[in-house]
Design a protein around this ligand. Structure first.
Ligand code: ADP
Ligand code: ADP
Length: 235
């Protein structure tokens, strides 16, 4: 069952003539755990932004093609509708997070999404449990480690129960042990909550261990895709 379908998408920023993405087609199945890898400037962040509807809504440039999310065309659907289906964790989580205490960060989205009040507490405690950070609930976010912060950002999005979670280099600032813990969290969300995962990640070992499918982007095109063992046999 397909949940996201990208059909012949090209995008160039602003007035640049060079395309950040060039004729990308891709479908994401429900339950997939997809990794996106490739050199700097390959278009990974731009593709991630397409999956969450930020491109073309929030980005200035020229967009061709279509991105269907759970039956909605993201060009026509409002970002509010798309964000009920696709949650995204940006590269810069410090800009993404809005509260100073972990619990408030969790509550912010739930209250804004209009989740009924009597369900909010259960949603918060369940999600903190799934992510393994129940003990951080009352902590100031500013006092947390990079790995802990990343988990809070993920938990706050997971609390909304999106059907797809898109993450842009969640381990970029983390040491190997914390990076593994973040991927364990993603695996847990994938398996226990049934959330489809798309993650931009540079660490081959993590992609090999956790993903069922890997896309290699280069110069705005999909250079290679397949199961990790197929893709990394070529590199
Ligand atoms: P990454 O390679 O990790 O995706 P970049 O360093 O390419 O990140 O981009 C960091 C930020 O700078 C992003 O917000 C991106 O949109 C912006 N950016 C990247 N390249 C350009 C560019 N050529 N002109 C303007 N902004 C850019
Ligand atoms: P990656 O995530 O693989 O590093 P990006 O998607 O960030 O790649 O960037 C793809 C291309 O688009 C690069 O050539 C980059 O310089 C350009 N780009 C990214 N963000 C911007 C931006 N805000 N303005 C102009 N060009 C950008």
């Amino acid at each position: 069952e397909t949940i996201i379908n990208v059909d012949d998408v090209s995008f160039s920023y602003g007035t640049q003539t060079e395309q950040a993405l060039s004729h990308i087609s891709l479908s994401v199945n429900k339950g997939d755990f997809i990794g996106i890898i490739g050199p700097s400037g390959a278009g990974k962040s731009t593709l991630a932004a397409c999956l969450s509807g930020a491109v073309p809504h929030h980005y200035t440039g020229t967009f061709f093609g279509s991105v269907m999310v759970d039956g909605h065309d993201t060009c026509e659907a409002s970002l509010t509708d798309v964000s009920q289906i696709v949650g995204s964790v940006l590269q810069d989580i410090d800009t993404q997070m809005v509260a100073s205490v972990v619990e408030d960060e969790m509550l912010f989205g739930l209250e804004n999404f209009g989740v009924p009040h009597d369900q909010i507490e259960q949603r918060v405690s369940e999600t903190l449990e799934t992510v393994g950070i129940s003990d951080l609930r009352d902590r100031e976010i500013a006092t947390l480690s990079g790995g802990q912060k990343q988990k809070v950002a993920i938990a706050a999005i997971l609390a909304m129960r999106p059907r797809v979670l898109v993450l842009d280099e969640p381990t970029a600032a983390l040491d190997p042990a914390s990076s593994t813990l973040v991927f364990e969290t993603l695996r847990e969300a994938n398996r226990t909550l049934g959330i489809t995962i798309v993650v931009v990640e540079q660490k081959v070992a993590l992609l090999s261990e956790y993903c069922n499918r890997v896309l290699v982007l280069n110069h705005g095109e999909i250079a290679l895709q397949g199961e990790p063992h197929e893709v990394f046999a070529h590199t």
